[in-house]
Design a protein around this ligand. Structure first.
Ligand code: SF4
Length: 313
């Protein structure tokens, strides 16, 4: 298992929460664990806060700085310790292809984390956990998702698709980035990008075409950041159907009229919501076996992650 995903240790079932409990996610421990290697981190435990421990929260001070403080005694400020810890840890996480964080935590939450003022007034769910904020700032291309949001089938599929795509990019460039490798990679991702975001599909194409204007490292970072951002858009049924029609076009001279009609009908019924995505994709794969086409076979769209994850069903 080459894919490494960072994860809040409590989401993996470790009893490291402030109350001595955990927040195990069945999807992570029972399904995803078969395909990836998890790298568990509990930042609060790592900075020496015990288990159990007093609750902590994010507080905005008079200078509008956000501090990580103990709820019952706000003079106990852990901000410096947490920032030092993240500064030391993050360079060692460059190989991760994704990160699953525990929702709502003042340390690990990805969004909608509660913020308080110095008088203890709740300012709303308006901020990000301190550790995760540093993580996302250092690796803006890294797919990050919360345990709770992974219960949503569309968000789950989207996250997994990004993770496997990022891993593929990292593997492709493992022994050094070159424009040639980028062109090959982008060529394999055209239809997958199109299904997520047709506008970004054109913009990424323009970026690759103007590769000579950039320094290698700058281009690599810009491409993978833009790609991951584009793929964050949920691939809608409409965009999938349009992408499938583009793929269908490759078979127009080789299929019989009845096979063409069957493929059109399957895509149409998928578009209308009567069939899962697997139905037209399986039919296309079947035709591809009968009528080999190296360019189409290389398209990641046809299998962006292991089928056994059941995300397209
Ligand atoms: S949310 Fe983060 S800091 Fe809190 S227990 Fe889980 S891993 Fe530890």
């Amino acid at each position: 298992m080459s894919i490494k995903i960072g994860i809040s240790a409590c989401v993996l079932g470790e009893k490291v929460r402030f109350d001595g409990g955990h927040k195990a996610s069945n999807f992570c421990t029972q399904q995803l664990a078969n395909w990836v290697q998890f790298v568990p981190v509990c930042p609060e435990q790592a900075i020496g806060l015990g288990v159990p421990r007093p609750a902590i929260r994010l507080q905005r001070n008079a200078q509008h700085q956000i501090r990580l403080v103990q709820t019952k005694d706000t003079s106990l400020d852990y901000t410096g310790q947490m920032l030092t810890f993240t500064e030391q840890l993050l360079p060692r996480l460059a190989q991760l292809s994704g990160y699953i964080v525990c929702a709502k935590s003042p340390t690990c939450g990805m969004e909608r984390v509660k913020l308080y003022d110095e008088q203890g007034q709740n300012l709303g769910k308006v901020t990000v956990g301190l550790y995760t904020q540093q993580l996302m700032q250092r690796y803006p291309w890294l797919p990050v998702e919360e345990d709770g949001r992974l219960q949503d089938p569309l968000l789950r599929e989207n996250f997994i698709c990004r993770v496997f795509s990022l891993d593929d990019y990292q593997q492709s460039m493992a022994d050094g980035f070159t424009v040639g490798k980028l062109v090959k990679f982008h060529s394999r991702y055209k239809f997958l990008i199109m299904s997520h975001n047709p506008v970004a599909y054109r913009e990424l194409g323009r970026l690759v075409a103007s590769a000579s204007l950039f320094k290698a490292e700058e281009l690599s970072i810009r491409y993978i950041t833009d790609l991951m951002q584009a793929m964050q858009h949920i691939a809608t049924r409409k965009n999938h159907a349009n992408t499938l029609q583009h793929l269908q076009g490759f078979f127009k001279t080789v299929l019989s009229p009845s096979s063409k009609q069957q493929l059109s009908d399957t895509i149409h019924r998928y578009r209308q919501g009567f069939l899962p995505l697997m139905a037209p994709v399986t039919l296309l794969q079947h035709h591809l076996l009968q009528h080999p086409n190296a360019y189409l076979s290389s398209q990641r769209y046809l299998q962006p992650y292991p089928e056994q994850l059941g995300l397209r069903a």
